[in-house]
Design a protein around this ligand. Structure first.
Ligand code: FAQ
Length: 348
């Protein structure tokens, strides 16, 4: 599935199988490889950027395709829980905001698929991984949005967690990913604020509206904490991702930053975060919080959350229903290219 411009073993991923199937490199090829590896290491050590045409270890390329494609899948599957409320938004203003927000998420998916394509994996390959259920996407999008308050809470907490995770990715060592994240983060920031503002309107409303907000917060809080991924000690990809400057802040540190930033916002809304262990720890200078249910998280990641099957079925249907658009675009591009080559023949 993954390609590499300089197709020789790189030391990070050389398995017994590749070692026996790849012919021995000549001394000059070996030297070129070592020099390329040194250049790569120097760029990483100097906190520089790796660009698509630069040599990179195959394991670095593979890690990026894994993370960026999962991220892209999360954006487009992430359109579904809120998209569900577009036709039921409580006012024209809320509907217009929600349409724009959901559309932005689709755009984020497109920037990210494009960034991943620069690594040599096609969009079709990535989408096939998603549609067949092999590829991962964020656990958070496998939970239902039961009331309008859920739309506000997704903006406030889910987008809030997404920004916390994504701001450090603007400094990722892979140029196209880092650049895509700058625009994504600006838009996510608007998404988070619109969610908070929608909730602020509700908590100033009737008792029933306040209860609806509290109920939504109760259902989403723990799922949002799990979004940051397993604890650092159980995160197989973190150490290498951080050495390569792909990840800049660990899963647990991001989770802590999110808790610390969210507690005062919850106070402004007048909602309770559903964790009796949540309290300020003067000595640590952070909030302590309770235990996350990792069994439930892994069950969801592995396809058994409340909405996994529904989300995937909706995605596959949307993709299939859109086939005529892709066919038409392709036919148009072929027609344009035939016309251009006919015109250049006449000119010559
Ligand atoms: N869900 O070793 P680590 C958004 C997997 S975008 C599912 O710690 P890593 C915008 C992980 O892939 C939200 N799987 O992995 C929006 C790995 O599996 P693998 C998405 C998860 O990569 C808002 C395994 O567990 N954001 O919300 C999750 O170092 C509202 C071991 O984990 C990104 O993708 C999870 N929550 O760290 C859209 C940001 N957590 O691949 C619409 C970019 C972990 O080995 C509406 N990604 N896993 O089979 C990242 O920063 C990282 O990939 C992490 C995971 C932090 C997600």
């Amino acid at each position: 599935m993954y390609t590499q411009s300089f197709n020789v073993p790189d030391g990070h991923s050389a398995s017994a199988e590749t070692a026996t199937t790849v012919p021995l490199a000549s001394a000059s090829q070996q030297l070129a490889l070592e020099q390329a590896q040194l250049r790569f290491d120097a760029v990483i050590d100097a906190d520089g950027k790796i660009e698509p045409k630069d040599w990179m270890p195959q394991a670095y390329r593979k890690t990026l395709v894994r993370q960026i494609s999962q991220h892209a899948h999360s954006e487009i599957v992430g359109m579904l829980p809120e998209g569900n409320w577009i036709s039921r938004a409580p006012s024209l203003k809320r509907k217009a905001i929600l349409v724009a927000k959901v559309q932005d998420e689709g755009g984020h998916g497109l920037y990210l698929y494009s960034a991943a394509e620069t690594l040599g994996t096609s969009r079709d390959q990535m989408l096939e991984g998603l549609h067949s259920g092999r590829a991962k996407y964020s656990s958070i999008f496998n939970y239902p949005t039961l009331t309008w308050a859920d739309v506000g809470v997704v903006g406030w907490l889910v987008d809030g967690a997404a920004i916390m995770n994504q701001i450090p990715l603007c400094r990722c060592s892979y140029g196209p990913y880092a650049r895509a994240m700058i625009r994504v983060c600006k838009e996510e920031s608007f998404h988070q604020r619109q969610g908070f503002e929608a909730l602020l309107a509700m908590v100033q409303g009737t008792q029933a509206q306040k209860e609806m907000v509290q109920d939504a917060v109760n259902r989403w809080w723990w799922k949002c904490l799990a979004m940051f991924g397993p604890p650092d000690g159980d995160s197989p990809n973190s150490a290498q991702g951080m050495r390569w400057g792909i990840k800049r802040i660990s899963n647990d540190d991001l989770r802590q930053k999110f808790v610390d930033a969210t507690v005062p916002q919850a106070a402004v809304l007048g909602v309770t975060l559903p964790d009796p262990a949540l309290q300020w720890n003067e000595a640590r200078g952070h909030h302590d919080y309770g235990a996350i249910d990792w069994d439930e998280f892994w069950a969801t990641v592995n396809g058994n959350g409340p909405c996994n099957k529904e989300r995937l079925a909706t995605r596959v249907k949307a993709h299939n229903d859109g086939q005529w658009v892709r066919d038409a675009a392709l036919a148009y591009a072929e027609k344009q290219s035939a016309r251009n080559s006919a015109m250049s023949k006449v000119a010559a």
